[in-house]
Ligand binder design. Structure first.
Ligand code: OOG
Length: 262
């Protein structure tokens, strides 16, 4: 690690202020060029401790940058994980405010809800499927706190993987009822199709992404508790949204998720 504990706290303050104030800041490596991925996770862990100390509850985790489309869009080559807080969940069909977001984008993802603890470092997709209670179609609203949505891996990890809001769909499916590698998704903005993809874009199978998340948690000395809600990463590139937009994400065989922005 290149950062001192003081610097980790200082960057936690900086990111938290930008998240709460909904303003953009330069990526953290502009001031701390030696910052590593481990430093990014140390800042993220400080952020999580800070929010939990305020009495906010964690809903689960997310893994991102798991598809080629996302890696190319953001110029990185390794996935990252982040945490999801309960009070950032929004209901299917709801209207989401853009007032407290910087430059939101939406993504289609398959989300998992677990019924048993998963523990790395050697977690497999098979173990993930066995520990999954159900999967739902989902939309993630990401909102990088970095100017121009431009960052590197240490910075985006410190910013909790650009996590802003998440919207679980209302139709639950057991994993044996689906081929998780072959879910066709399409996203419509204001009634027009804007992007489409197939779920195998996420590391071949979104269950592999969840196993990778569990193994990344193990590096931090953590496991994935039972009853975690976990987002497996965007299947397509992220689409910018603004007040007045309506979004429909259709997942063949799984249902759709609808939201509006104001
Ligand atoms: C990082 C978060 C990406 C995903 O699903 O790939 C992400 C970003 O692009 O801002 O959540």
């Amino acid at each position: 690690m290149a950062l001192t504990p003081n610097e980790v706290n200082q960057l936690c303050d900086r990111v938290l202020a930008a998240q709460r104030g909904a303003y953009a800041i330069p990526k953290l490596t502009d001031d701390f060029p030696a910052m590593t991925v481990d430093d990014g996770y140390a800042v993220q862990a400080a952020l999580r401790r800070r929010l939990c100390a305020e009495g906010r509850r964690q809903a689960g985790w997310k893994i991102g940058l798991t598809s080629k489309a996302k890696m190319q869009q953001m110029g990185v080559s390794v996935p990252s994980i982040g945490f999801l807080m309960e009070d950032t969940a929004r209901a299917d069909g709801s209207t989401i405010s853009t007032q407290d977001l910087v430059h939101p984008r939406v993504e289609c993802e398959i989300a998992f809800f677990t019924k048993a603890e998963l523990r790395g470092p050697d977690c497999t997709a098979e173990q993930v499927l066995a520990a999954t209670d159900y999967v739902v179609p989902a939309i993630e609203i990401i909102d990088s706190r970095f100017s121009g949505f431009k960052f590197d891996l240490p910075s985006v990890i410190a910013d909790n993987g650009s996590s802003a809001r998440f919207v679980p769909g209302s139709t639950r499916h057991t994993v044996d009822a689906l081929d998780l590698r072959a879910i066709h998704v399409s996203l419509e903005k204001n009634g027009e199709p804007v992007v489409a993809g197939v779920s195998d874009a996420v590391l071949g199978n979104p269950a592999i992404a969840i196993a990778m998340l569990v193994n990344l948690l193990a590096v931090q000395g953590e496991s994935l508790p039972a009853e975690s809600f976990v987002m497996s990463g965007a299947i397509t590139e992220a689409i910018p949204v603004k007040a007045g937009d309506s979004i429909r994400a259709k997942f063949d065989g799984m249902g759709s998720v609808n939201i509006q922005f104001d």
